[in-house]
Ligand binder design. Structure first.
Ligand SMILES: Nc1ncnc2c1ncn2[C@@H]1O[C@H](COP(=O)(O)OP(=O)(O)O)[C@@H](O)[C@H]1O
Ligand SMILES: [Mg+2]
Length: 272
């Protein structure tokens, strides 16, 4: 009983967590004397498509690294599906339903797109290696996986590239295969680090359209890092979190961000 009350008190102190799939509370990360992330707090709700934006070096990737368990926070808490994950390694965080991509696309370049999607993720075998291996080698399971991989490439509109080596793909197509790999694990929360960096305008917009569709169709949540403010404002995200020099400058809908004097002055360089 006492435990329950204290849990409710804890919940009241940080807001309504049941609607949040990710809550970051006062996250701080120091690298020696450099404070890369400084007292950052934000939430991502179920079925929300949220942009994390800010200039190069402002702490976006470091925030992702702390959330996904690659780095230990200096201070603060990360809560994923109501589990405090501060001390969990990346594979345990992934088991909660979080998948992330990296700023530099990590694909097997001497394999085709479909083969890249079919490589099992690290936690493929589950907690019991024997039952996991049995299902991995079952022909029926394998057939379902292949169908799922083709369906994922279809969703991302790159099925025609299924049998191309990924070394032959454009930068944008490689990003889409990378997103496809992330989707194969059925994430509930997907963190994408600059999925359109270096991608030509029309394909970048198409990637964001596909992400919006995935959020709406599957009800998953996506937090996406982007560094181009003009671009993100036009991509149909639900909310934008603006970072600057390690801190959250503001968060709100694209319209609120566009109209924010703080953002105009600090991020867009003012009007003069
Ligand atoms: N592993 C690290 N060791 C030391 N400094 C780092 C490390 N990772 C990032 N930094 C520094 O932290 C700051 C934030 O970097 P980062 O999170 O990569 O920014 P962003 O993704 O917004 O471009 C930068 O000054 C960067 O040089
Ligand atoms: Mg980065």
């Amino acid at each position: 009983m006492l435990n329950k009350i204290s849990t409710e008190e804890e919940r009241a102190s940080v807001g309504n967590l049941s609607k949040s799939v990710l809550s970051v509370h006062n996250l701080t990360k120091d690298f020696g004397g450099l404070r890369a992330v400084d007292d950052v707090s934000f939430e991502v709700g179920k079925g929300e498509f949220v942009g994390l934006i800010g200039p190069n070096g402002c702490g976006k990737t470091t925030t992702f690294n702390c959330i996904s368990g690659l780095l230990r926070a200096t201070k603060g808490n990360v809560e994923i599906f109501n589990v405090i994950t501060n001390d969990l390694p990346p594979d345990q965080v992934q088991k909660l339903g979080l998948t992330r991509t990296f700023q530099h696309t990590r694909l097997w370049r001497d394999m085709t797109s479909i083969e890249n999607l079919l490589i099992p993720p690290r936690n493929q075998f589950g907690t019991n290696p024997f039952t996991g291996l049995a299902s991995f080698f079952s022909p029926h399971e394998e057939q379902l996986r292949v169908e799922k991989a083709y369906n994922t490439l279809t969703e991302l509109e790159i099925k025609h590239m299924a049998h191309n080596l990924t070394s032959d793909l454009s930068g944008g197509q490689s990003k889409l295969v990378d997103i496809g790999r992330a989707l194969m694990g059925d994430p509930l929360l997907l963190l994408l680090d600059e999925p359109v960096a270096g991608v030509a305008g029309p394909l970048a917009e198409k990637i964001f359209n596909n992400l919006r569709k995935i959020v709406d169709d599957k009800g998953i949540s996506i937090l996406v890092i982007e560094h181009n403010m003009d671009f993100i404002l036009r991509q149909g995200v639900d909310r934008i979190i603006v970072m600057d020099q390690g801190r959250v400058l503001m968060q709100g809908t694209p319209d609120e961000v566009k109209d924010s004097q703080e953002v105009i002055e600090a991020y867009l360089g003012g009007t003069n």
